[in-house]
Design a protein around this ligand. Structure first.
Ligand code: ADP
Ligand code: MG
Length: 379
């Protein structure tokens, strides 16, 4: 129960208004040490509730100990504008019964307006590294009063080449701050380097366990002869499966774009998301999916990371992910709210080794499925 953590009553009131009843596993693991002021390095898959895991402890700190004269006391960094905006909304929801203010500092939006908003002295500043650095350099943002620095989606910030900016920003914050680093995957070696540069004696919380997967999720594989065959299978599946929202994963941008063309030709309402898309295009895709004007999102792993898309109930691995961790991460998006979900992987003969290693990793074997109309030449 959230009340067990001794969180401020205004936060408990917000939690009950938002019908957050029980903390999720990452919240159970992270909230107590975060409240104690420890540095944390947390890995937990998308949709596991990481935002509240850091927002609640930091709002609690601000409420316990108000410092009206201070500048920004909390800085939250995210890789993209849309994630920053999403986090701002989440902070505002939890802070709805408090006087705590939060400000947004992201690229692509009015610099002057942001500088003016910063002059109002929000306790919480949420932003993307590049723009935060700009404001720091021009003096419209000061970090001398920062007590908590949060690096959310840290793996993705690294993927996007933002680690230098992140390190510069961390250096500009007081050394005795608390730092909380969150990521969806354990990340590559680079993440460890950033972590050791910014964290002090961190507690490591690794929640990306294979048994975290939704029990109501069915996992199937369908064999395919080649890419063209996979495309026909995909078209068939999107036409015959019942689903609200589907995500189709590819390993490359080129393949993602190709599929978009293929699906458009078959009148599927699909949208592609990959690293080369602009922030506006990414935002638009998520909005359209929410509104239901599209129901299929084609994405690469990097592009999909961190997006909070609620109702995905079908995940198709057009290309098999390259590791068990990535597989868990992708299909963890299906049936997030405890509903039924279906994950289908299309397997060519070159993917067999990979697939069986993922089965071993998950200690689970996938259901083999055949589609009669589109039977391949090998099984
Ligand atoms: P992550 O950052 O790990 O991808 P989010 O923090 O975005 O996950 O949370 C995913 C969704 O789950 C959000 O819509 C959030 O409001 C909801 N959520 C998080 N924690 C809880 C909880 N304890 N009870 C109910 N809903 C929750
Ligand atoms: Mg998140």
């Amino acid at each position: 129960m959230f009340a067990d953590y001794g969180l401020h009553e205004r936060l408990l009131k917000a939690l009950s208004t938002l019908s957050f009843k029980e903390p999720t596993p990452v919240q159970v693991a992270a909230i107590p040490p975060a409240l104690e002021g420890r540095d944390l390095r947390v890995t937990a898959k998308t949709g596991s509730g990481k935002t509240a895991a850091f927002v609640l402890p930091l709002l609690h700190r601000l409420l316990q100990d108000s410092k009206p004269q201070a500048g920004a006391r909390v800085l939250i960094l995210l890789p993209t504008r849309e994630l920053a905006l999403q986090t701002l909304k989440e902070v505002e929801r939890f802070a709805q019964f408090t006087f705590i203010k939060a400000g947004l500092v992201t690229g692509g939006e009015g610099y002057k307006e942001q500088a003016a908003a910063l002059r109002k002295n929000p306790e919480v500043v949420i932003g993307t590294p590049g723009r935060v650095l700009n404001h720091l350099e021009t003096g419209s943002l000061k970090l001398g009063d920062i007590e908590v620095l949060v690096l959310d989606e840290a793996d993705r910030m690294l993927d996007m080449g933002l680690s230098e900016d992140v390190l510069k920003i961390a250096k500009a914050c007081p050394q005795e701050r608390q730092t909380l680093l969150f990521s969806a995957t354990a990340g590559e070696r680079g993440l460890g380097q950033v972590a050791s540069a910014v964290l002090r004696d961190p507690q490591l919380l690794l929640l990306n366990r294979r048994d975290d997967l939704n029990e109501n999720l069915k996992q199937q594989i369908i064999t395919a002869d080649d890419v063209q065959h996979k495309e026909r299978l995909l078209q068939w599946l999107l036409a015959h499966e019942t689903f609200e929202q589907a995500m189709v994963f590819t390993n490359t941008r080129v393949q993602a774009d190709r599929l978009a063309g293929v699906l458009r030709a078959s009148a599927v309402k699909a949208y592609v998301l990959h690293g080369e898309k602009t922030q506006d295009e990414r935002k638009l895709a998520v909005e359209r999916l929410r509104q239901g004007s599209i129901n299929v999102l084609i994405a690469t792993d990097v592009a999909a990371r961190g997006l909070d898309i609620g109702g995905v109930d079908l995940v198709i691995n057009f290309d098999m992910p390259r590791s068990g961790d990535e597989y868990v991460h992708r299909i963890g998006r299906a049936g997030r709210v405890g509903q039924d979900g279906l994950a289908i992987s299309l397997i060519c003969h070159t993917d067999w080794n990979l697939m069986s290693s993922i089965e071993r990793y998950l200690k689970q074997s996938f259901e083999r499925r055949q589609i009669k109309e589109l039977q391949g030449s090998y099984q």
